[in-house]
Design a protein around this ligand. Structure first.
Ligand code: TYM
Length: 332
């Protein structure tokens, strides 16, 4: 089985619809066909200020949502990044083969740091993509299922793997991004020019999975479209309608062309209302399952401890090899 690895940041409140459709949905499918490793990346979360109690809660909530979405600890390895110390250790080594200019070109860093201002931007945020590379390379992952916004980080990971292998001898598998075209980028419902994102989206434009289904249904029904009336997939000319078609298609598994056909000659209102229904139908059982996992934190922690153990069994030998290649003395 081909190995895949991916990660998601724990966020207060819950994941949003972009996270689910762009990434998590693929993760659930891939656990059936691949050797899958999925991580709640709490080390990444502290690159911006975090309240300790809130982080702990968000990390459990993230794990519960992944289980609620259908990850099965018997079929994949689900773990919390900070519980596998090899991530931070490999990140240090990789920091030392990454060019400063190379890291400075990462567009997510440029966007986030511009929003925060230089004084409140941490060095951790700057080296964030290098830690991400460590996440992937520790497991020799061949494919990394992510949304479009992560493509540049996967490219960096490839560059670092190739460079390290060239300098120190064949060590890492060079991974590729696994991005599904249809839901690679879900847009803000109120501003379909920007991606749905916890930091950039307007409150009304972002659908939080753990919100009351009624609240989310209302947001979907009041999505911004255009003054035309034709329901057609055309992201350039009709970004709002196209976004709704993508979401509908991803949630139902019906191809975009077929969804277009289904709504041919009907009004935008019909698409929005049906989409809100489809969403509510999916999200209700998802929320119930997630809450069940949250209701038993001891069992959740046990699952995560087991996941971390499975992850370490793969990560530790990779790190040991790296340390040796670099020229560190054996730990004894
Ligand atoms: P994060 O936590 O911001 O997002 C998790 C996943 O959700 C996808 N995503 C979207 N997909 C489609 N439309 C959107 N609007 C949208 N918003 C988010 C992201 O592409 C991502 O796949 N750096 C990563 C986490 C990470 C990681 C890794 C990923 C850390 N280590 C190793 C892969 C492999 C991040 O911050 O994702």
């Amino acid at each position: 089985r081909l190995r895949v690895l991916s990660g998601i940041q724990p966020t207060a409140g819950s994941f949003h619809l972009g996270n689910y459709l762009g990434a998590v949905r693929q993760w659930v499918a891939l656990q059936e066909t691949h050797d899958a490793f999925y991580s709640v990346v709490d080390l990444h979360a502290i690159t911006v200020p975090q309240d300790p109690a809130a982080l702990r809660e968000a990390t459990r909530l993230a794990a519960a949502q992944l289980l609620g979405a259908g990850l099965d600890p018997e079929r994949c390895t689900l773990f919390v990044q900070s519980q596998v110390p090899e991530h931070a250790q490999l990140a240090w080594v990789l920091n030392c083969v990454t060019g400063f200019g190379e890291a400075a070109r990462m567009t997510q860093f440029k966007d986030k740091s511009a929003r925060q201002g230089a004084e409140s931007t941490t060095v951790g945020l700057f080296t964030y993509p290098v830690l991400q590379a460590a996440d992937i390379l520790l497991y020799h992952a061949r494919e990394v299922p992510v949304g479009e916004d992560q493509r540049q980080h996967i490219e960096l990971t490839r560059d670092l793997a190739v460079r390290f292998n060239g300098r120190f001898g064949e060590t890492f598998t060079v991974p590729g991004a696994y991005i599904l075209k249809d839901a690679a980028k879900i847009y803000d419902l109120q501003d379909p020019a920007v991606k749905m994102s916890k930091s950039a989206s307007s409150a009304k434009g972002i659908v939080w999975l753990m919100d009351e289904p009624k609240t989310s249904a209302k947001k979907l029904r009041s999505a911004v479209t255009d003054t035309d009336t034709v329901i057609r997939y055309d992201p350039e000319a009709k970004p709002g309608v196209s976004n709704l078609l993508s979401i509908y298609s991803a949630l139902t598994g019906i191809g975009v062309a077929e969804v277009e056909e289904k709504f041919a000659g009907r009004l935008y209102g019909a698409l929005k209302t049906e989409l809100a229904e489809v969403f509510a139908e999916w999200v209700t059982p998802f929320r119930d399952r997630t809450r069940q996992f949250l209701d038993d934190p001891a069992e959740l922690d046990r699952l995560l401890a087991r996941g971390a153990e499975k992850a370490r069994a793969v990560a530790a030998p990779t790190l040991a090899k790296v340390m040796d290649r670099v020229g560190f003395l054996p730990a004894g």
